[in-house]
Design a protein around this ligand. Sequence first.
Ligand code: ADP
Length: 626
Amino acid sequence: MSFDLPLLESSFFDLRTSLGPQPKANTNIVLVTVDQETTELLDGIAPLSLDIHTRFMESLESYNPRAVGYLIDMNRVAEANPELLRSEWGPRFVDSAKRLESKGIPVVLGSLFDVTGEVLPPYPLSSLSHSIARIHKDGNVFSDDKVTRRALTYLYDRPVFHMELAQKMALVSVGHEPPGSYYLPEVDAKYFFFRYHGDPANQPYPKVSFLDVLNGKAPKELVKDKILLVGTLMKENAQDFALTPYSKNPFANPKLTVHANILDSILENRGIARAPTWVDGVITLFMICFVVFWVLLSKPLYGVFATLGIAAIFLFANILAFGYLEIWLKASQPILGVFLSYYLVVPYRLILEYKKRWDLQRKNELLVQVEELKTNFMSLVTHDLKTPVAKIQGLAEVLMRKASERLQEGDRETVNSIINSTQELNHFISSILELNKVESNRLEMQSQSKDINQLIERSIEQFIPAARARRIDIIQALEPLFPIRIDANLISKVINNLIDNALKYSPEDSKITVSSREVDGFVEFSVSDHGIGMDQEEIQNLFTKFYRAKNDTTTRISGTGLGLYLTRYFVEAHHGRVEVESEPGKGSTFRIFLPLESPSRASPGLKADVSPSFKDRILKTINRIN
Ligand code: ADP
């Protein structure tokens, strides 16, 4: 959990700094830059000599700024012309600064820092307020990329440049610490992660020309009551630039702007506070649990989305927390935790899946074996049953025919009941044998050109006695049809089954309509009844093997639950389809659609079949018109 990932974390830090919301720059901080152009115009060579700086200070007196932070390396200035320091210019510089201070305008000189400590400004300038103005570069403590992310506020308990300037203006109290300040005992210093107010390369702070101030030509309102930071900005001097989270280009971010950002952060009391380690730990733990949960328990694709999603949401929330709440939640730890846990859990998930699939495969193999055994068993049993049942039925029928008159009424009923039961049993055995044939793919289609109406009429004839017995009227509405190629035996079974069902599930004294017609390239054959009907759930299960609806009528009436399963199978074998409409208590309509042109007829080898049927159709149409 406390795994430290400085380089990754510093990259996230930079991302949040430059991408997230950023505070507006304080326009009371004004930069006065001594650049290449100014130097060339004034003196020709850098650094500018002390007399120019002195005259600049004296000119400033008439502008009444709020404060002056002098970030020019005065030791270099003195080294270039040591005699100027000892002549009138040194004391004049000090006097001018003191006059400003006496007007309540603090002047602070920024000094350097080396192994010996603060490098004091040269005498007599050292008599003025001075403090270390160091731009901190990340070295070995955070990342090692020399980028400026934090700023020194106190060294050996003394405020450094920005803090001293702010305190001297009485804009912050003595000993003030910006949010997120922390103490480093090994250097006896206090730091804070200051806020950048926009990209330093875009110069978010107003500027005033050094030359204009020197000549008294700078607009008064640009300087009056402003906090002036005076510093150098030589294009080719890497010392005048810093690396920032916005750019690691060595000549992109002026150091003077970075100083302004630090001072701005102190004045506005802004700073990034690091969240306690336990908060980072809890977030990391939560994110890892989330990823592990999704990867283990959801579909693989959802696992990927969950991982990427939580990482994206976290980064977004992290940028917002950084930009608005100024809280630094560690990003490297949770993000790395999320992806590591993903890569560790995925193989585990794969092993689980593999095991599951292997189990399923085994189960499947077993099921296939059991199914085969069952089919063989059923086939054996039904075959062996078929002959004795047929014998019983035959004998009972013979008995009925020959000895009917000699039998008493009760005995006649018994023989009749034997005949009915054996018929039912026979029907059942035939259905099971049919099912076995279908399931073991032994069904062979014997296609021939046939007029379906003939099959329908023949089937209705068979059912007339049964219909009469229950006073059910079978109405025929058959339109003339073209013969189509079908297996007459299978389609007869389909027709029989539908009419048989309609009779079974209709009350006495009702009507059944059997119709046929041609629609959109299909022969439609339908059977409608005014029987018990079915609800939606029953309709959905209708074609399932062995399904029978559970109601008073169906429990009274015997059936196998195989009729419609086989019906659909036979119809689909002809590339047709079955449709059902039904309402409980009102009745049902079953429609069978068989294609006029069976797909096999389109094959080149069977083309000869096409023309006679086409001729038939023309003839039929002429007949119909007549
Ligand atoms: P069986 O009629 O032998 O039970 P089927 O497969 O032919 O088997 O029919 C399955 C079930 O569908 C029947 O048990 C019955 O509940 C229902 N059903 C079939 N046809 C009708 C119909 N015309 N009216 C009402 N219910 C029907």
